[in-house]
Design a protein around this ligand. Structure first.
Ligand code: 9MR
Ligand code: ZN
Length: 768
């Protein structure tokens, strides 16, 4: 940790040096001639003729400073553990079908194996927290002994994708201590976050070993010759001049942010000929918590000439290109909706729509009910793959569906030609897409009790394979309170919205909703879902479920007007009301629907409205404190881009309840953030902008070696919830904790419920 900070300091100093190089003294030329025209004006170079400046404007290339991130010191220890302190330290247990306990006894690391499992990594101990440099010579050493004669395998491997080894050996062990001593050269690209593992499962087919213990000591990895070692790159230093890489609508507010305090002026040049068409001045610098730096923004809203440009700041150099025009969002808008089609499970997807990401029917085998004595299976095919894995989870699925239903309901978005197989069927495509998930959700309800299974996945996350290649047994995880309530909520809403299109389907949804609600009402425990030991896929655990109660009662009350639901709602609303729009806190979804519905009791409606508006106003207060204007500096966590998209949703909802231009203005700032005007200068939707994620944690993309377009990635996450981000981002300011690497599942995964609030937001902002 200390070492990394020092390296960061070198990195930042490097970046500063670079930005200062060749820069003449600025100051005198502060005179600004903002000569942007109106929408009808053509871009002419002469616009800026009057501009005089003694600064250096020659750096028109995008600056990506080359900086030292990690260094390899000859002879350095990169790993060294003797277990004398009695702790297992950073060593971690992993099992895949096996079972063992890990502890330290008499200064040795003990793996107490009761069941090796059927694969090599059936039982595995691993350690992360070192680096590997190309062309560096290392020596791996450890002492090992075992109660019985057997073979184990140590590996230093890439920690993701195909998990291939950089170095590995099979070692036959027995009661006598063996000293492993293996020198090797790292022959591949440097890796800032590899993993050391010892596989103790079924090695060479040996899966029937009796219970036994393996003892390790003096585990070390040293650099024996670092003279040819390559520097190890981590996350790149972000570009300094940040813009919305898709661009700006002609009449929109147009903002540029520079993270260099030294930039005082900027000019806009045409992207092709680099002719100056506008000059402007940055505002005074301001400290921004998300980047822990003094940064500046500037407004060039008065420049309205359609075209493709870049901004050049003095002395920091160029921004990425951007467009001024009125169709800049058309393509991305369509793609973020089609992403859901591409995530469809259980059917063969059409290559005319999904292109290279089309897949044969997947996950069609029946699912076994976890814990059931019967081995019979249930058909739960359909629905969308949740994310970069192929799990199908009710809780986030419900959030996604709600966003689509609201997109239709709030904005009358009824296009029937976006190009899904159902296009042209006289039902809005957005409802067709939502129905694909709803039909699956109906299968997730236990017909007898009305309770809803939390999820359907295999017991572990799949390897990096295509969806149809995940063929392990599907399991229906236990019924949960949250899934049952969320199900009841969206089914009730669906019964209202689909009634005009398909009466029978609407009836089915309402009946299913009521049944689920009754199940939930009778559930006194209202416990958070927790994974049984045998299932390690996503938990979507949520200990606070009163918002789920409120949501289900609210939607049923709105759909039926019945007293039973109103009473349950009033009772649940007595506690503290929450206003979240995410999968865990979904209070805001309930409050919004209550606030906007005429037939809802006036007291309930007013309470809901006041609470939601208060949340929107508080959010704006937080935004005002930051230059990037998204109010996230203290809360960049897993899926922070969902928070940004959800806040667009919140602001649009507030605007609908109480129209206010400020809500819209901030919602647009959030949209700018998503498309590149953010601390790291990434356009966070794949396939768009000059610098967008290329290495997403999304199995189909990983298999193909090419990222599927139209996906919103998780974004900056200061929680470092995966080893790669921990290795390369620790010590970074919160808003900069993002890395485009497929191993970083907590920064660079994608999900259906991160796209869905963006769909809502982009639709709502369409004609604003
Ligand atoms: O998006 C989820 C995030 O809010 C949680 O912090 C995280 C850990 O529980 O899980 C995320 O959801 C993942 C899910 O568990 C499995 N599929 C991929 C999801 C996105 O990373
Ligand atoms: Zn599938």
């Amino acid at each position: 940790m200390r070492k990394f900070k020092k390296i960061m300091a070198v990195a930042l100093a490097g970046a500063m040096l670079l930005s200062m190089a060749g820069c003449g003294k600025t100051g005198e030329g502060d005179k600004t001639v903002a000569t942007g025209g109106d929408a009808t004006q053509e871009a002419t170079p002469s616009d800026a003729d009057e501009f005089v400046d003694d600064g250096d404007w020659t750096t028109t290339e995008v600056q990506q400073p080359e900086v030292e991130r990690f260094t390899t010191v000859e002879g350095a220890d990169v790993m060294g553990f003797d277990f004398e302190d009695g702790n297992v330290g950073p060593f971690v247990t992993y099992v895949n079908g096996g079972d063992y306990k890990l502890y330290v006894e008499n200064g040795e690391l003990v793996c107490d194996i009761s069941k090796p499992g059927r694969v090599e990594h059936g039982c595995q101990v691993y350690y992360d927290g070192f680096t590997m440099a190309r062309d560096c010579v290392y020596t791996m050493k450890f002492d090992v002994r075992c109660d019985i004669e057997r073979t184990v395998q140590w590996r230093i491997q890439i920690n993701g994708g195909d998990y291939h080894a950089y170095a590995s050996e099979y070692v036959t062990i027995g009661p006598e201590t063996q000293s492993v001593n293996c020198e090797f050269t790292m022959a591949e690209d440097s890796d800032p976050a590899p993993r050391f593992v010892v596989n103790m499962g079924a090695i060479e087919g040996d899966g029937d070993l009796p219970a036994h213990k393996i003892y390790f000591d003096n585990i070390s990895l040293i650099v024996t010759d670092g003279s040819n070692a390559e520097k190890i790159e981590g996350a790149p230093i972000p570009i300094q001049v940040k813009v919305n890489q898709l661009g700006y609508l002609t009449d929109d507010t147009k903002t540029v942010v520079t993270t260099s305090k030294d930039d005082e002026k900027f000019k806009i040049v045409t992207a092709d000929t680099e002719e100056t068409v506008y000059v402007g001045q940055y505002e005074e610098f301001k400290f921004d918590k998300a980047v822990l730096n003094q940064i500046r923004k500037a407004d060039f809203s008065d420049f309205k000439t359609p075209g493709t440009y870049k901004i050049i700041s003095c002395p920091s150099g160029a921004s990425y290109e951007f467009v001024i025009g009125d169709d800049i969002y058309d393509d991305v808008y369509k793609d973020i909706i089609l992403m859901l089609y591409k995530q469809r499970c259980g059917i063969e997807t059409d290559s005319a729509i999904a292109g290279k990401f089309a897949h044969p029917a997947c996950h069609t085998g029946g699912a076994v009910v976890y814990g059931s004595p019967s081995s019979s299976t249930v058909d739960v095919s359909g629905g969308w793959h949740d994310a970069g894995d192929y799990g199908r989870y009710v809780v986030p699925g419900a959030k996604t569906v709600q966003d689509l239903l609201l997109t239709y309901e709030d904005f009358g978005y009824a296009a029937d030609d976006i190009g899904i197989p159902e296009s042209g069927n006289n039902v809005p495509d957005i409802l067709d897409e939502a129905r694909f998930e709803l039909e699956w959700m109906l299968k997730m309800q236990d017909a007898e009790s009305g309770g809803v299974y939390h999820k359907v996945t295999c017991d572990v996350f799949p390897e990096t394979v295509n969806p149809e290649e995940e063929t392990a047994q599907l399991l229906l995880a236990p019924i949960s309170y949250a899934a049952t309530c969320d199900f009841a909520a969206v089914m009730a809403k669906a019964s209202v919205l689909y009634r005009g299109f398909d009466e029978t389907f609407a009836d089915t949804c309402l009946e299913a909703s009521k049944k689920a609600f009754a199940y939930a009402q009778a559930d006194e425990k209202r416990a958070s879902y927790i994974n049984p030991d045998e299932i390690v896929t996503g938990a979507y655990a949520d200990a606070k479920v009163v918002d789920e109660t409120i949501w289900s009662a609210a939607e049923l009350y709105i759909a039926t007007g019945e007293a039973e639901y109103k009473t349950a709602l009033e009772e649940a609303m007595q506690g503290t009301l929450t206003t979240g729009l995410g999968w865990a806190d979904i209070g805001g979804l309930a409050l919004y629907d209550l606030a906007k519905c005429e037939s809802v009791d006036a007291n309930i409606r007013e309470t809901a409205k006041a609470k939601l508006l208060e949340a929107a106003d508080e959010h704006i207060e937080a935004c005002e404190k930051e230059v990037f204007g998204t109010g996230l500096a203290d809360s960049y966590s897993w899926g922070s881009n969902m928070a940004v998209a959800n806040n667009i949703q919140l602001l649009l909802m507030a605007d609908r309840l109480s129209p206010n231009d400020e809500y819209i203005a901030y919602a647009k700032k959030h949209r700018d953030y998503i498309f590149g005007l953010n601390p790291v200068g990434y356009c966070y939707v794949t396939g768009y902008g000059s610098n967008s994620p290329c290495h997403t944690h999304h199995r189909p993309s990983q298999v193909l070696g090419e990222t599927m377009p139209g996906m919103l990635v998780g974004g900056a996450n200061a929680g470092f919830n995966d080893p790669y981000s921990k290795a390369v981002l620790t010590g970074m300011p919160t808003g900069m904790c993002y890395v485009d690497n497929e191993q970083s599942f907590s920064c660079n995964e994608i999900t259906i419920y991160w796209n869905s609030p963006l769909i809502y937001g982009m639709t709502g902002l369409m004609n604003k």
